[in-house]
Design a binder for this molecule. Structure first.
Ligand code: SF4
Length: 369
């Protein structure tokens, strides 16, 4: 089996090249060809020595993921489904806006957290994606879109690790991928434009602050532990007080001076004015330091197995007003790509559930008290 060079950040590629008897600067050239220029064919890497190109052809490859399907939304959003083997498929979404192009990337085949409002969680969990499988989503989307838009300029300016999976439960696969996104010889993205979204894996938030402090988004979804235990089951392990302290600590290293809190609006579950006021008290404690943050309210995208409904637009607005009136910057996310099931919480792929997350969840989680 040939080595897939998408599996390496620059340090990893240097080590691999040196193990083949090549110098460090050759690894930098190779890395630039792959990630900066989007070239997979070694014969096109014209400034590499002929002997190196022959060695690469024999022992290495840039192996993208097979595309199962592609759907284009009327609003320009594109969703790809990729085959990652053994009956598993993952999804990746490109969201074009006037001033940016954002790619939403998956980190796992399924997800073990099992949030009941999320299609991915409903499918259960199969396995972590490798660094190569994470980076292949970016490499493929960038090279494909450049070709289609007939440009040599970068098309994808922002990455959000908000696709399928909990990225901080796949830390070993995630970090080299993030480093490649940030590397000037790779995709050269600023730390502000790469966001890891977590449901609250507290110890890994701290590790990320040391290893690769990119922008952080936290899926909050509830103002108290009792409700969050049911909406984000990981809360039973890492309750709100620990999570919010981890967020405060992260800010010392973060590229932005605030944490983004994601909040999925569920009709009659977490969307009352009282709950909005409880959120304000959570991040602006009466006798403590305020936590610098922004709220992003997400209209729920219902799916039958959830038994949940989207909050009415007027309720979402009223909820947002409580937060805004307290001086907290609050946005209501525009749904994008919902005609192709590419909107938030709709990514489902095709998962061979090894952990029976879906079954256990159905037995244990009751949302409406
Ligand atoms: S919302 Fe995120 S953490 Fe929760 S089940 Fe879905 S992918 Fe996993």
């Amino acid at each position: 089996m040939k080595t897939n060079l998408l599996d390496f950040d620059l340090d990893g590629l240097v080590a691999w090249c040196q193990a083949q008897g090549e110098k460090k600067f050759r690894a930098v050239q190779l890395f630039r060809w792959i990630h900066h220029k989007g070239v997979a064919d070694f014969t096109h890497m014209t400034d590499l020595a002929q002997s190196l190109r022959l060695m690469l052809q024999e022992h290495a490859e840039v192996r993208a993921l097979p595309v199962v399907s592609r759907h284009d939304s009327a609003d320009g959003t594109i969703k790809w489904m990729f085959d990652v083997g053994q009956g598993n498929a993952i999804e990746t979404v490109f969201i074009p806006e006037t001033d940016r192009g954002t790619l939403c990337i998956s980190s796992q085949a399924g997800c073990a957290v099992g949030c009941p409002f999320c299609s991915t969680g409903a499918q259960g969990f199969s396995r972590n994606l490798s660094t190569a499988e994470i980076l292949a989503q970016l490499w493929f989307a960038e090279t494909t879109l450049r070709r289609e838009f007939n440009t040599h300029e970068r098309v994808i300016s922002n990455v959000v690790m908000m696709g399928m999976g909990e990225p901080l439960q796949n830390y070993a696969g995630l970090v080299p991928a993030l480093k490649t996104m940030l590397d000037d010889h790779g995709y050269g993205m600023s730390r502000r434009r790469v966001t890891v979204s977590t449901s609250g894996v507290v110890p890994m938030i701290e590790r990320l602050s040391q290893d690769c402090p990119v922008a952080l988004a936290v899926s909050l979804h509830a103002p108290d532990d009792a409700l969050r235990d049911r909406l984000v089951p990981l809360n039973q392990k890492y309750p709100l007080a620990e999570l919010l302290q981890a967020c405060r600590d992260y800010l010392a290293f973060a590229p932005r001076d605030f944490i983004t809190f994601e909040y999925c609006m569920l009709d009659g579950v977490n969307d009352s004015d009282d709950q909005a006021r409880a959120l304000v008290a959570l991040v602006r404690p009466p006798h403590g330091e305020p936590l610098p943050c922004k709220f992003n309210l997400i209209p729920f995208n219902p799916f039958p197995a959830s038994g949940l409904l989207r909050s009415p637009a007027a309720r979402v607005k009223a909820f947002a007003s409580v937060l805004s009136d307290a001086g907290i910057v609050t946005t209501i996310r525009k749904t994008r790509g919902d005609d192709i099931a590419a909107a938030c919480g709709q990514l489902a792929g095709d998962i061979q559930d090894r952990t029976d997350v879906a079954g256990r969840r159905a037995k244990t989680i009751r949302i409406h008290a």
